[in-house]
Design a protein. Structure first.
Length: 281
């Protein structure tokens, strides 16, 4: 009698394993879904240059947009096979978890809290805070401003942490806070401020838009990692997107990535070292 019970239990267990395996085979990755659909659906914004904003002819452009095109090209051999879902910053994670988008690339900072809700791809940019000076500033760089101590005035966007943030780079500087980015830049232009402290990417972008008028201090701090986000629990999709981004930064699509970086930030990206993969050095 006991042998029959054991046999029945064993058969039931084998049956459950078989059913589970069948379900696992039936469960398709987002990768398969996107390939079958023939177009990538990406969540992003539309109002933040140089990341995602509208051109004069009402087309989305920017560094985030180019990251999406890199993934679309890896999927379909065509960077234009992509649809953009315009979303607010607070919709970035919900639109991923509810499958409204396949992926979000929207200058999203990687944090432990967010990583509990979504899966982050490998980084495609590292943000930080920078100092922008007028081209004819009496200060040569960050070191000269730091040496000048309290004689330096820095304009910054109003924030509860603004003064603390600036003092990490310039401990003795006077900090003037402004309610808008435009007012902050006006303070720099008028000479009321010696420098403007803002996102390093914004410094680079502003300099490219006004060549010969402004320059970077040569110093950045407060690193933040930017990555795209996908739904948790789908290693095939995450691995594919990681591969596409990795090869854009180090391999076959490097020229596209480098050209995009130059367009939006005015900087050249170091070419990948040929030979032994730099990832393992």
């Amino acid at each position: 009698m006991m042998n029959k019970i054991r046999t029945a239990a064993l058969l039931a267990a084998v049956s459950l394993i078989s059913v589970g395996a069948a379900h696992a085979q039936d469960a398709k990755s987002k990768l398969d879904e996107v390939l079958a659909r023939g177009v990538l659906v990406m969540g992003t914004g539309s109002t933040n240059a140089p990341w995602h904003f509208k051109s004069a002819d009402d087309k989305l452009q920017g560094f985030d947009i180019d990251m999406g095109r890199i993934i679309a090209k890896a999927l379909f051999g065509d960077p234009d096979k992509i649809e953009f879902v315009n979303q607010a910053s607070d919709a970035r994670i919900p639109n991923i978890t509810t499958n409204k988008v396949d992926i979000t690339c929207q200058f999203m900072t990687v944090t432990g809290e967010r990583a509990q809700q979504i899966a982050f791809t490998i980084p495609y940019y590292r943000e930080g805070v920078g100092l922008m000076l007028k081209n004819d500033s009496k200060y040569a760089d960050h070191a000269a401003m730091k040496a000048a101590g309290s004689a330096v005035t820095v304009a910054v966007l109003q924030n509860v942490y603004a003064e603390e943030l600036v003092h990490k780079a310039l401990p003795e500087a006077k900090v003037d806070q402004y309610e808008s980015v435009d007012l902050m830049y006006q303070a720099l232009e008028s000479g009321r401020a010696d420098a403007a402290a803002t996102d390093q990417s914004s410094v680079f972008w502003y300099i490219t838009q006004k060549p010969g008028q402004y320059r970077d201090s040569g110093y950045g701090w407060g690193p933040q990692t930017y990555a795209c986000g996908v739904k948790r629990g789908d290693p095939d999709w995450l691995n594919f997107v990681n591969t596409a981004l990795h090869e854009a930064m180090t391999g076959v699509e490097f020229d596209f990535y480098a050209a995009s970086f130059k367009t939006w930030f005015g900087r050249d990206v170091p070419a990948p070292k040929i030979g032994f993969p730099v990832e393992f050095e």
